[in-house]
Design a protein around this ligand. Structure first.
Ligand code: B12
Ligand code: SF4
Length: 453
């Protein structure tokens, strides 16, 4: 289940993409003959009463967590357990994975499934179904309540071949409710070998990058296109990290003449002219890069692994290709002061992506930043997970207060988007309408955050 956001917290994240992780677990359980339902309480706008009605006969309820939906997930776990104390309630996802003990102490949930959920959830479901045991004893990857104590079982090994697991069960999701309806996301790989201090990705998957084969990804995409999807976003951390696989994927798209548009993520140091040309030839219509900062000193400190020269080189190369680019930047990184933030906004203007995304630095559990916040000279000023949305500052740097960061966040959007040259460029490329919606959303969020304090 994807829990609803609690009213009064962040009212709306405007997340309208299907929870693919849950759809993977659903597909895997189904393969083993279990009866599965997925509830996306956020997108279906379900009340607690409606959720309760849907889960009242379930023997196992799994709830996914990220920071903003964490409070809601814990509340929901309590409600499900209150309704029927025999229902096993387990939490999963990045937030519960890194806060396993706290999650169990703060809620009535029976267990947390750490990391990748498919195999662990299947073992729990099978053991419940066979009635052999209601205990999680010996099941790898689980932290569970046992009488008055909390037991942490050993980690589970990562799935060695991602091609072995079935495609996500989108048919278990209310696909018609996600927008735009002819678009969807695909996860072609899991994990990241880099170690950026603000990102939980590498720790979630033990710093290992595992990719599905190009053919396996292509087959999923071909199925989606056959079902009417016209646009696919490769949601994984770095679709182009394995160049050979990216070329193979392009060859398959061409060979089978599958017509669709698609976009993907990458790092500025993992793209070259040959790959760019090839991606463009086979319908790639969006590339997303994390740039983060204009300061080489900061990039080094946050362990980004590339320099601003590499950023500018890559973006000048990108200018020659008609693929819309998005660059994302962070405000409030360790060591950020007014000058550094202004420089970051200037870099955004200089490299001139089609879209710029600014986030306020947010220390998520499991990240090096969260675990060593003092060492990085940041201070968490707002201890409410519901506010950890990347659009509201929850920290201060040694030079910038939370209020300063809020102002800079707003300024960044204004300075980047409200420029004659940008408006001209967006107008010429027919992107103006597309630009207005996320900008309006970001600015509304920033203002909402400002007013809320
Ligand atoms: C793609 C992506 C998105 C997509 C969502 C894609 C989707 N709908 O599935 C979008 C852009 C919408 C998104 C939004 C957000 N994201 Co995001 N996202 C990612 C990214 C890059 C990949 C996620 C992914 O699909 N992984 C592959 C699938 C298979 O894994 P999965 O979803 O994690 O699920 C597996 C396990 O986690 C586990 N699991 C998950 N849920 C459950 C539930 C149960 C019961 C069980 C047993 C297991 C289980 O089993 C699954 C299968 O193995 C990750 C980074 C990463 N590498 O994980 C960040 C990441 C998950 N996102 C993050 C954040 C912060 C956000 C936002 C808060 C940002 C924002 N302000 O909008 C929102 C929150 C959205 C929400 N609904 O809660 C953080 C989470 C940190 C945290 N503690 O909260 C991550 C880890 C990145 C980071 N900064 O470190 N995100
Ligand atoms: S920010 Fe990107 S490159 Fe850095 S660790 Fe996370 S996924 Fe990897």
């Amino acid at each position: 289940m994807h829990p609803p956001l609690r009213t009064g917290d962040v009212k709306k994240l405007d997340i309208c993409t299907p929870p693919i992780g849950l759809a993977y677990i659903g597909a895997y359980l189904r393969q083993y003959g279990h009866r599965v339902r997925i509830i996306d309480a956020e997108v279906e706008k379900l009340s607690i009463k409606q959720i309760a009605e849907r889960v009242k006969n379930a023997c196992l309820v799994g709830i996914t967590t990220t920071a903003p939906i964490y409070n809601s997930a814990l509340e929901l776990a309590n409600i499900v357990k209150r309704l029927n104390s025999k229902t096993k309630v387990v939490l999963g996802g990045p937030q519960a994975t890194f806060l396993d003990n706290e999650s169990l102490e703060r809620s009535a949930a029976d267990a947390v499934i750490r990391g990748e959920g498919e195999l662990t959830m299947q073992e729990i479901a099978s053991s419940l179904e066979s009635g052999t045991s209601s205990s999680m004893d010996g099941i790898e990857g689980v932290t569970y309540k046992d009488a008055d104590s909390i037991v942490t079982n050993p980690d589970r090994k990562l799935i060695s071949n991602l091609d072995d697991i079935p495609f996500p069960a989108r048919d278990l999701l209310p696909m018609e409710r996600y927008t735009p309806p002819d678009s969807t996301g695909v996860i072609s790989s899991r994990g990241c070998p880099f170690r950026c201090i603000f990102c939980a990705s590498s720790k979630l998957y033990n710093k290992k990058f595992r990719s599905r084969s190009a053919r396996n990804v292509f087959e999923e995409v071909a199925q989606l296109v056959a079902h009417g999807y016209k646009n696919v976003t490769m949601l994984d951390d770095n679709f182009i990290l394995n160049k050979e696989r990216a070329f193979e994927f392009a060859d398959l798209v061409e060979e089978h003449s599958v017509k669709f548009e698609w976009s993907c993520t990458g790092r500025v140091d993992s793209i070259d002219e040959d790959l760019l040309r090839r991606l463009h030839e086979v319908g790639c219509n969006g590339l997303f890069f994390g740039v983060e900062s204009a300061s080489d000193e900061t990039l080094k400190l946050i362990k980004k692994g590339f320099t601003t020269d590499q950023v500018t080189d890559t973006f000048s190369m990108l200018e020659n290709y008609d693929i819309p680019t998005t660059a994302s930047f962070m405000i409030g990184l360790p060591g950020d002061d007014a000058r550094k933030v202004a420089d970051t906004i200037d870099l955004a203007k200089h490299i001139s992506p089609d879209f710029a995304m600014f986030s306020v630095t947010t220390p998520y559990p499991g990240t090096e930043l969260y675990e060593n916040i003092d060492r990085y000279d940041l201070e968490i000023t707002l201890n409410d997970w519901a506010q950890f949305t990347l659009t509201k500052p929850v920290v201060r740097t040694s030079a910038l207060s939370t209020a300063d960061l809020r102002r800079w966040f707003l300024k960044a959007y204004f300075r980047f988007y409200v420029r004659p040259s940008y408006v001209r460029q967006a107008f010429a490329k027919g992107q103006l309408g597309f630009v207005l919606s996320p900008v309006k959303h970001a600015i509304t969020n920033a203002i909402r955050g400002t007013v809320a304090r």
